[in-house]
Ligand binder design. Sequence first.
Ligand code: TXA
Ligand code: MG
Length: 325
Amino acid sequence: MTADIIDISRHREKALRLACAVLAEGFPVVIPTETVYGLAADATNPAAITRIYETKGRPRFNPLICHMADLAMAERYAIFDPISRMLGEMFWPGPLTLILPLRSDSGIHSLATAGLDTVGIRLPKGFAADLIRAFGKPLAAPSANTSGKVSPTSALHVAEDLGEKLKLIVDGGAAAVGVESTILRVENGAIRLLRPGGVAAEEIEKATGLPVIRPEGPAAIIEAPGMLASHYAPGAAVRINADHVERGEVLIRLGSVQVKGSEFATAIFDLSPSGDLAEAAANLFDTLKRADATGAARIAVTPVPDHGLGEAINDRLARAAAPRE
Ligand code: TXA
Ligand code: MG
């Protein structure tokens, strides 16, 4: 099996029709979202969800985010407290996932939630939202990459990684945000950050007037099950907060900084020449893949400020640099 790739800039209606047909047969379809490409399947169909786990080689204890077309649809599957509803109204559609109690009669299959009594819900923008509306059921969708690898931000990334295992890849161009959604959980009136992502925590604090409680060290992140330390691993080793380059390393820079030993770098990539964090997030995964493709044994990355989208970038870089299992 080799995936058909269909470009929505030219064949949007056809892409919707084909994607609906593949979903109805119980197979996953790769769809563009504003964060990263998703491997989407009918969240109510156990055979379809099983195919997601098999395609990615993903452990089944790691639940999937269920994507909805609008808030009314989301309310049919999950129970919203007032703060979660406010967050949804403020940031959806967009790069935000809320962990919410699952309605017992929801129809979302327990394979999608890994048997938990909660469900991760996100309302994406654009083609993904139109597809969910046309299909009429929520789509369970993890990032469309082999488990443990860097998430895809283009149809080509997906085709190279999983193309042989798929029927259809919908090409929506480069993902605008480039890092996965921010995952929040509201508990006892407090907003807890489970995964930094495409909406900056500061932006959430500003909009709601409420503090966002950060995880206490990397261990706490495992509460989003499967947020294993060494996720997002390229083939090369990764060295973060680098203030110099060692012989044989590839250099990834933020801003036009002078880095000691740059002459030893086998190649140099810029996340954002002006140091813009949104641009850096959008370029992050593609740059990691391109740096990796040079065949260098190690990638050195200059420091990234830990505010705004820098929090999500640093989270992904720390995972890429973590010791491998
Ligand atoms: O931007 C995104 O979030 C992308 C696009 C495709 O929507 N999706 C994505 O999915 O990043 P994935 O599977 O790569 O990451 C989802 C994370 C996992 O770490 C999972 O453990 C967590 O969400 N998660 C899902 N349901 C959960 C739940 N009920 N409780 C806690 N964590 C959950
Ligand atoms: Mg992922």
